[in-house]
Design a protein around this ligand. Structure first.
Ligand code: PLP
Length: 384
């Protein structure tokens, strides 16, 4: 028999299988059998603002069904620039040349990495982190170097450890704050220290700030707030979390004009652009006066669920839970329980109690003594 030659890219065999997708299949299987499942595993909010669909229909009726400019609708880029400068007056952007709208913020990170790294370049990331940020580095031919966060320091980034991980081949540092899955944020001073080290070593810093407005304990400092570091900074965010508009697939990359041009080359030669009518709807939602209330209400809801789940999980013998600064996740340790692994724990919760959580090994094998719990579901808290 002839052996079939595997002509696929060998890089892809280095990318681990998605534990998240396996869990989704399992939930689907249980639901098909008629089982009720409480979803504490979800990475997306339940509901977009009620007017988001209406705005989308309006945009279609206005005839926004053709190709918009590749970098995005100028009016959406302007709304994003204005919203950022409302957060921090230091952030003054040139929307047309410094903002690139993409189909989702994950793709914004993808074009950022693709436009910076060469084959074999190293990219430093804190660990744990949203797995695609790490795996896209591998897909693009780079080497992901992970700096493990310490639970005893509330998963705060240790700048010294990060600095010691830098080598001749380091081209980029990717941060994600508030972080998925730990919820830890980064303070202004710490961020400045990272940027100073990066500038000295000519390293680009990409900050995934998609949870920028879901923050409880600290003020969120944008990487773009440091105007004297604009040569090396790139920021991504989008409409999936703050605005609950995951299905609209709107994200954006903000960086200096030179890097934005490079990123546009990647966009032009891949997805081309993001549909105009979803961009228009995103712009209208962002500018709508009701949206501030929508974001505020969600924040209160996440905080209430976070506090409730913190209390409940802390009452379980052997469980340790760090209070997250932001995002809508808890990342409890099950090391003190007698359960040998996060998959066993998660499967037991799912099959015996109908509660879905994401096992920690979804992030890395050494987080197998943790779980990721989401505080963003439609469920209501019932006491007693
Ligand atoms: C840190 C982080 N970045 C990006 C994304 C994906 O965002 P989008 O839906 O805009 O691609 C997620 C979603 O879970 C996330 O947690």
């Amino acid at each position: 028999m002839l052996m079939q030659k595997d002509s696929s890219s060998s890089r892809l065999s280095l990318v681990p299988e998605s534990v998240t997708l396996r869990l989704l299949d399992r939930i689907h299987e249980l639901r098909k059998k008629g089982k009720k499942v409480i979803l504490l595993n979800k990475g997306e909010p339940e509901n977009p603002p009620p007017y988001a669909s209406e705005f989308t229909k309006m945009a279609l009726d206005q005839g926004l069904v053709h190709m918009p400019p590749i970098s995005g609708l100028p009016e959406l880029a302007e709304a994003i620039a204005e919203t950022l400068s409302e957060d921090d007056k230091q952030i003054q952007l040139e929307p047309r040349s410094e903002i690139v709208i993409t189909p989702g913020s994950k793709f914004a990170a993808f074009i950022a990495v693709a436009s910076v790294i060469e084959q074999g370049d190293e990219v430093i990331l804190p660990d744990p982190i949203f797995p695609p940020l790490r795996d896209m580095v591998t897909v693009l031919g780079g080497k992901a170097v992970q700096v493990k966060l310490d639970e005893d320091s509330n998963f705060e980034l240790d700048v010294g450890t990060l600095e010691r991980s830098i080598t001749e081949r380091t081209k980029m540092i990717i941060l994600n704050y508030p972080n998925s899955p730990t919820g830890a944020s980064i303070g202004e001073k710490q961020l400045r220290n990272v940027l100073e080290i990066a500038r000295q070593k000519k390293i680009i810093v990409l900050a995934d700030e998609i949870y920028e407005k879901i923050i409880f304990e600290k003020k969120h400092t944008h990487v773009l707030s440091f105007s004297d570091y604009r040569e090396i900074t790139m920021m991504t965010s989008g409409f999936t979390k703050t605005y609950g508009m995951s299905g609209w697939r709107i994200g954006y990359l903000i960086t200096n004009q030179r890097l934005a041009q490079r990123a546009l080359t990647v966009l032009r030669n891949s997805t081309t652009f993001c549909p105009a009518f979803t961009q228009k709807a995103a712009e209208m939602v962002m500018r709508d006066p009701r949206t501030k209330d929508f974001i505020g209400r969600n924040l209160r809801d996440y905080r209430e669920k976070r506090d409730f789940l913190l209390k409940e999980f802390r009452s379980i013998d052997g469980m340790n839970v760090v209070t997250p600064d932001g995002s809508f996740y808890l990342f409890p340790s099950i090391a003190g329980t007698r359960v040998p692994s996060s998959s066993v724990f998660a499967e037991k919760l799912l099959s015996d109690y109908g509660v879905a959580v994401l096992p920690g090994n979804a992030f890395n094998p050494w987080w197998d003594d943790h779980l990721r719990i989401s505080c963003n579901g439609r469920h209501r808290i019932c006491r007693g």
